[in-house]
Design a protein around this ligand. Sequence first.
Ligand SMILES: NC(=O)c1ccc[n+]([C@@H]2O[C@H](COP(=O)([O-])OP(=O)(O)OC[C@H]3O[C@@H](n4cnc5c(N)ncnc54)[C@H](OP(=O)(O)O)[C@@H]3O)[C@@H](O)[C@H]2O)c1
Length: 241
Amino acid sequence: MPADKTGKTKLAVITGGGSGIGLAMARTFARNGYSVVITGRNAKRLHDALSQLGKDQAQVTAIPCDVRDPASVEKLFQEIGKLRSTIDVLINNAGVAHTLAPVEKLPIETWKEVIDTNLTGTFLVTRAALPWMHAGATIVNNLSIAAVQPFPGMSAYNASKFGALGFTQALREDLRKRGIRVVALLPGATDTNIWGQFWADAPREKMISAETVAEAVLHAASAPANATIEEIRIGPAAGVL
Ligand SMILES: NC(=O)c1ccc[n+]([C@@H]2O[C@H](COP(=O)([O-])OP(=O)(O)OC[C@H]3O[C@@H](n4cnc5c(N)ncnc54)[C@H](OP(=O)(O)O)[C@@H]3O)[C@@H](O)[C@H]2O)c1
């Protein structure tokens, strides 16, 4: 069972942990001996997620948080501080996509929601978590293949993920001397409900599972402290799009 220097179980904090890839990561980390905190805006979704975890839910705590809101993020870490004095793994996973639209038809509200969640949210959560993180800890930012590859109709999503990749790379340099590993996670098409936001009939059967992504993230977080894993690119071998 993973343990920190004090012998306590290691703690993983996963934003957007109530569904999809985040929930799969919560299950995978809990099954591998971690204590886990999952967050999301929707308290009912978090509650339902806990019940889906079966016996693994004993190791998982759900705390509602909106990553766009600095006060909500601050409150999240106050609550986490009541549970533990250190965070071993932070996974910035909360994210939204948007209805496909050419730039001239993209509402400003959509642009702001996507940038605030996927880019600013990643910054806010990371900033609040860092005082609790020490050498040997790992930060994983769930970006997307859309952080390096443009797609038509997805300008806000692409901009948020390209930006979050830049943030991730700068963060890695900030933290190199502190011995905190920063991993850019770039999944391709993964079978989750996010596809309903822009392509309802997407061929889910061709996608990889959220569990496959979760296993790769666990592997990166479990690497020896002196090893750097900077990027995980994972997706369907045969492609989907
Ligand atoms: N599925 C794919 O093919 C794929 C590929 C590459 C990257 N990704 C990335 O993977 C991440 C997870 O997505 P998913 O595919 O697992 O879809 P998902 O099931 O829709 O998960 C997104 C999660 O983010 C949470 N969330 C959204 N806005 C939030 C906010 N403002 N504050 C806190 N939590 C928020 C949602 O919970 P609430 O609604 O309760 O807040 C939800 O649990 C995203 O960053 C996505 O961009 C997905």
